[in-house]
Design a protein around this ligand. Structure first.
Ligand code: MN
Length: 252
């Protein structure tokens, strides 16, 4: 199996390097990842300046762009052949619910499925820099082995969030839906030394688990959450309603 590994925490991040050690036995593993952290960069791509890719170790490239840039470069310039699977992660920090829309980790996986390649986005539910990624890495490796015997759905990625702790602490695996995450007081205004205002985005997370089977509920119950995600943002449920607005009359 040929695997492409990427992330948004940067090529030297512990999550990516730990996963690399675990999945090496599965086949040829290439790493194409940002040269520095690009968390919360969403699906941005670099079109106004050149991109550089440095082979920092054999089969490992550090790219001067975003996670989506890395996948584009890997598929179209750096890898000798298309990979069978793309894994983005393991991210330090959860990628749950509506946060996937900001996530560089998930966007790299979306770039993969847009090119027709199966992809996983994997995140550890922890914000501690010293977190141990080995449990999440071994679960991801087992998942790759399990997927090899299954028909991977087209144009769909699996968004995987692994709770912190040892294998014994984790209760099991749930297939979930994306919940809703909002942030309270998300803009903090501060003053610079010259008395001018500047702003810092953040805030306290407010989980809105509209459904019992959401990813937010699964990880808070200490389960690994696996959500099938696709990039079609069309709201099919209300398509007919909008069509009945007869907007075609605007141009008559
Ligand atoms: Mn990140």
């Amino acid at each position: 199996m040929r695997i492409l590994l990427t992330n948004d925490d940067g090529i030297y991040a512990k999550g990516l390097q730990t996963l690399l050690e675990h999945i090496k036995p599965l086949g040829d593993v290439f790493v194409v990842a940002p040269e520095r952290e690009r968390s919360a960069s969403g699906h941005g791509i670099t079109v106004h300046k050149p991109l550089r890719a440095n082979e920092v170790r054999p089969m490992q490239y550090a790219v001067s762009g975003t996670p989506a840039d890395c996948v584009k470069l890997a598929l179209e310039a750096l890898l000798p052949e298309k990979p069978d699977l793309i894994i983005s992660g393991i991210n330090l920090g959860a990628n749950l619910g509506t946060d996937v829309l900001y996530s560089g980790t998930v966007s790299a996986a979306i770039e993969g499925i847009m090119a027709g390649i199966p992809a996983l986005a994997v995140s550890l539910v922890s914000y501690d820099e010293n977190s141990d990624f080995s449990t999440a890495a071994s679960i991801t490796t087992d998942l790759c082995r399990a997927l090899a015997h299954r028909q991977f759905p087209r144009e769909t990625l699996l968004n995987v969030n692994v709770p912190q702790g040892s294998l014994e602490d984790i209760k099991g695996v749930r297939v979930t839906t994306l919940g809703i995450r909002r942030y309270k007081n998300s803009v903090e205004e501060r003053k610079d030394p010259r008395g001018k205002s500047y702003y810092w985005l953040g805030g306290q997370v407010e989980n809105i688990a509209s459904r019992e089977d959401s990813d937010l509920v699964a990880v808070s119950d200490n389960y690994v959450s696996i959500t099938p995600v696709h990039f079609d943002l069309t709201n099919y449920r209300i398509l007919e309603q909008i069509r009945n607005w007869n907007l075609d009359t605007l141009l008559k």
